[in-house]
Design a protein around this ligand. Structure first.
Ligand SMILES: [Mg+2]
Length: 199
């Protein structure tokens, strides 16, 4: 069987970490002073992906100790494990410019910031899975700016701001199982149009 890999971000994608105990939602576990809330449908999604032949991996920009603890907890109810767990140390930093134009039309440099990038090439080197069979699911488009064809955006999970049930991981499960039944590669789909359709 052809290998296919889904790489998940953690914060605001699969979980939400808060220093606050939320009155309307039971936390799933703790990490140090944080209450960790699993997104609705996490267990279902991981189960379905495994059952349909996807492999999964974790790539978070957070610190390693946190990422390992959250990943261990997320996979606890399952008999399978992620292929890899990558954290902030595995990210790359990209310099980004913001330009501005004055009244006369002269463009000048306004700000320069460093942005965290999750390099898919690293995942390819690590797993030997071709890039066209890898998708990264993340709530922040900039994190995957270099990997537009392999990127599936998902709405930000924030139960503090929005305590209503969150349907995204169920929709994602449906979408990913649908494309696995149709295609040999994953980057042929227009994942951006899926995101627009759902929102
Ligand atoms: Mg995130």
């Amino acid at each position: 069987m052809t290998r296919k890999l889904i790489v998940f971000d953690l914060d605001e994608t699969l979980v939400y970490a808060s220093l606050k105990w939320l009155p309307n939602r039971k936390h799933d576990f703790r990490f140090k002073e944080y209450y960790i809330y699993k997104r609705d449908g996490v267990d279902y999604l991981l189960h379905i992906l495994h059952a349909t032949g996807y492999e999964t991996g974790i790539f978070s920009a957070a610190q390693r100790e946190y990422v390992l603890k959250i990943t261990t907890e997320l996979y606890k109810p399952h008999k399978f494990r992620p292929l890899f767990v990558l954290s902030g140390e595995d990210c790359e930093s990209k310099r980004m410019h913001a330009w501005t134009e004055d009244k006369t039309g002269i463009i000048s440099l306004r700000t320069m910031t460093y942005h965290t990038i999750k390099p898919l090439q690293k995942i390819h080197r690590l797993t030997k899975i071709p890039l066209c069979r890898i998708l990264i699911v993340d709530d922040l488009p900039l994190n995957s700016a270099q990997n537009a064809d392999q990127y599936v955006q998902i709405a930000t999970f924030d139960p503090e701001q929005n305590p209503t049930p969150d349907p995204w991981l169920y929709k994602l499960a449906e979408y990913l199982t649908e494309i696995i039944s149709q295609q040999t590669t994953l980057c042929e789909s227009s994942h951006q149009s899926w995101f627009k359709q759902v929102t």
